[in-house]
Design a protein around this ligand. Structure first.
Ligand code: WTA
Length: 646
């Protein structure tokens, strides 16, 4: 099997593919849908809202064509009711909602009925602790079923959840609780990360010390550690036992009310809050799970992303449960060092649709892995990717190895801010072009524009913008304030309303978008989105570091993060090790795919700004162009020689 070059250029389509006839026949969405939606405009999104149960009907699809706007104004609904109760009521209570696979091979299965019981018991307990509508409940948990249960329990009470990725540091947790004024925290005793036990309770305690306000803390027993509880602390299992059998009325939320907050990396140092609505977000997510992931109620969907990221929220939790399907939660990440786990999990759970990041695919492909004969992956009907550009050859590998040579692949472009998928092929309708995500989904309008906001010619690079409102838009955009990325890095002058995504892209004659990467200081590490500013400040906090700049580039060590460090004193292996540890803590993953490069200086403009673009060009081995803006051009030669031995 040819694995090809992992780095083949975007847009180098190896060919185009039609979805196989057998798939087309059973698909949820058929030919003609795009045309029908185009004719209806925003009204077409009623089809998405109809996948939900509303306690009060909405009056209109969209309040205004321009912000401030509300999707499905007048409508009321509850997320937990939509994800659980309606399936219990409709006689599907014994259908499996969650299949959990633990790190050590443990398994747990929850039917919709089980989920109903546990979510109600926890919601009742939280309500007794004081959680009311609009109180933010923070969840600092690894991939355990209790994380999903807690999200739904909060949603049942109309309390926005605030999930903080379990691998993040106590500081990151404190910052996210402080900014959301959150006084409720669910965490656990500990968990396994890359085979090592992490004392999560201790980390949570450290975060709480940094807060000015009191925090009620609920501790899930994941590891069986002996945790002694202080004032305001409770064992999760005790709460659920004490409140077992109790039910809580799902709180009716207005469509535009907040369902959750999730922090993501922006262009400035601090992560930004992204708040998603109840009606618009859920409609968007339910519809894309139905139309793009092609999920039917009898399906099992495995979305491998951690719930700490938006993909886990939208397609690990809400999407599959809103459709009454089964979601597989795996406590680890499918990577090569656990290679048989991937096949085992797919086979044992008869996964119908697998959704993962290109990083996971490359980790297998680099080693030319084939599926051992003893595994049967024939249950897989559709494959999806998200988070980064997938190379055409990675796409081909995914299809031939996991997809049995003919499963359609959906390459989905979207962001934390968009809530759900925005650009992707409809798997039973559209032709696929490996390497290009696809056309905008029905009801979505995107453009690739130049600095003046004018659409670029097919094949030319430009900035990707969304120029019509969409249901999964966050509250800040709906209210009319955007986040145009840092104007000093580039400026897009768009006429009228638009959301500037921060991505660079091309579009071809057929309207297929290829996303090339970020234009700002956001980097994607192992499919996870981080700000270089956050990582740099971690490196800078290491004793012995004078200055640091981080870029993501494809250098001599392959695609990874490169941290350029000017030491205050000696360049030692010990310093390198401490920097690596700080980077691991910031990224929340170990080992971190980062290379530390010592240098006597960093390339700077005359005004003293570090030129990160130049650092990535040097690392990539690209042409540097004009270096006259540099105050210290001699550093270029030094870096080239350290990196490439030139
Ligand atoms: C990148 C993840 C290429 C992009 C859902 C975007 C992609 C950022 C793709 C958002 C794709 C996401 N092809 N790049 N199919 N999907 N990206 O907020 O740069 O964690 O802006 O949301 O990931 O990352 P976030």
């Amino acid at each position: 099997m040819a694995t090809g070059d992992p780095d083949d250029a975007p847009g180098d389509h190896v060919g185009t593919y039609r979805p196989p006839a057998a798939f087309v026949e059973q698909a949820n969405v058929h030919e003609g849908l795009r045309e029908a939606w185009d004719e209806q405009g925003a009204e077409a999104w009623a089809t998405a809202a109809d996948l939900l149960s509303w306690s009060t009907d909405y009056d209109a699809v969209l309040s205004n064509p321009e912000p401030p706007l509300t999707w499905f104004p007048g409508g009321e609904l509850n997320a937990a009711y939509n994800a659980i109760d309606r399936y219990v009521e409709s006689g599907r209570k014994n259908r499996v909602a969650i299949k959990w696979a633990g790190r050590l091979g443990e398994t747990r299965t929850l039917t919709y009925q089980d989920l109903y019981h546990e979510v109600n018991a926890l919601a009742s307990a939280l309500s007794e602790l004081g959680v009311g509508e609009d109180d933010v409940v923070t969840l600092y948990l690894p991939m355990v079923p209790e994380l999903t249960i807690a999200m739904l329990a909060a949603a049942r009470l109309g309390a926005p959840h605030n999930v903080v990725f379990a691998g993040f540091s106590p500081d990151a947790l404190a910052m996210r609780m402080e900014s959301t004024e959150s006084s409720y925290l669910l965490t656990c005793d500990g968990y396994l990360r890359q085979g090592e036990a992490v004392d999560q309770k201790n980390r949570a305690d450290n975060a709480r010390l940094a807060l000015d306000h009191d925090v009620h803390t609920v501790v899930v027993d994941r590891m069986g550690f002996d945790v002694s509880l202080g004032e305001g602390e409770y064992h999760y299992a005790d709460l659920v036992d004490d409140h077992g059998g109790e039910t809580v009325e799902p709180v009716a939320r207005a469509s535009g009310d907040e369902l959750f907050v999730l922090h993501t990396s922006g262009t400035t140092g601090n992560p930004k809050e992204v708040r998603h609505t109840t009606g618009g977000y859920l409609a968007h997510v339910a519809w894309t799970t139905h139309a793009v992931l092609d999920i039917e109620p009898e399906d099992t969907l495995w979305s491998s992303a951690d719930i700490g990221w938006i993909t886990g929220h939208s397609y690990g939790v809400y999407g599959p449960l809103l459709l009454g399907a089964t979601t597989l939660l795996y406590e680890g990440t499918p990577e090569y060092n656990e290679r048989d786990r991937l096949w085992e999990l797919l086979e044992r759970n008869a996964v119908d649709v697998f959704y993962t990041a290109p990083t996971a695919i490359s980790s297998f492909r680099k080693r030319d892995v084939t599926v051992p004969d003893r595994f049967d992956l024939s249950s897989l009907r559709l494959l999806g990717t998200v988070g980064e550009r997938i190379s055409p050859s990675g796409w081909e590998w995914y299809r031939s190895t996991l997809g049995g040579g003919d499963a359609p692949i959906v390459d989905t472009w979207w962001q934390t801010e968009t809530g759900g998928m925005m650009v992707a092929t409809l798997p039973g309708v559209d032709e696929m072009k490996p390497g290009a995500a696809g056309p905008p989904l029905p009801g979505i309008s995107v453009s690739v524009v130049d600095r003046s906001g004018d659409p670029v010619e097919p094949g030319e690079r430009g900035f990707l913008i969304v120029d019509r409102p969409w249901p999964g838009m966050p509250t800040s955009l709906a209210n009319g304030s955007g986040w145009a990325p840092d104007p000093s890095s580039y400026l897009v002058d768009v006429d009228g309303w638009a959301y500037v995504t921060g991505d660079r892209a091309t579009v071809d004659e057929d309207g297929y978008v290829t996303v090339l990467g970020r234009v700002d200081d956001v980097v994607i590490v192992r499919g996870r989105r981080l700000g270089t500013a956050e990582i740099e400040s971690a490196a800078m906090s290491v004793d012995g570091v004078a200055e640091a700049a981080v870029v993501s580039a494809d250098g001599p060590a392959g695609p990874s993060l490169y941290a350029f460090v000017t030491p205050a004193g000696q360049e030692t292996d010990e310093l390198r090790e401490r920097i690596t540890q700080a980077l691991e803590a910031a990224v929340g993953t170990s080992p971190v795919p980062a290379t530390v490069v010592f240098t006597t200086d960093l390339p700077k403009t005359r005004s003293g700004k570090i030129m990160r673009r130049m650092l990535s060009n040097i690392t990539d081995g690209d042409a540097l162009g004009d270096t006259s803006a540099l105050r210290n051009p001699e550093v270029v030669g030094e870096l080239k020689s350290v990196l490439h031995g030139e």
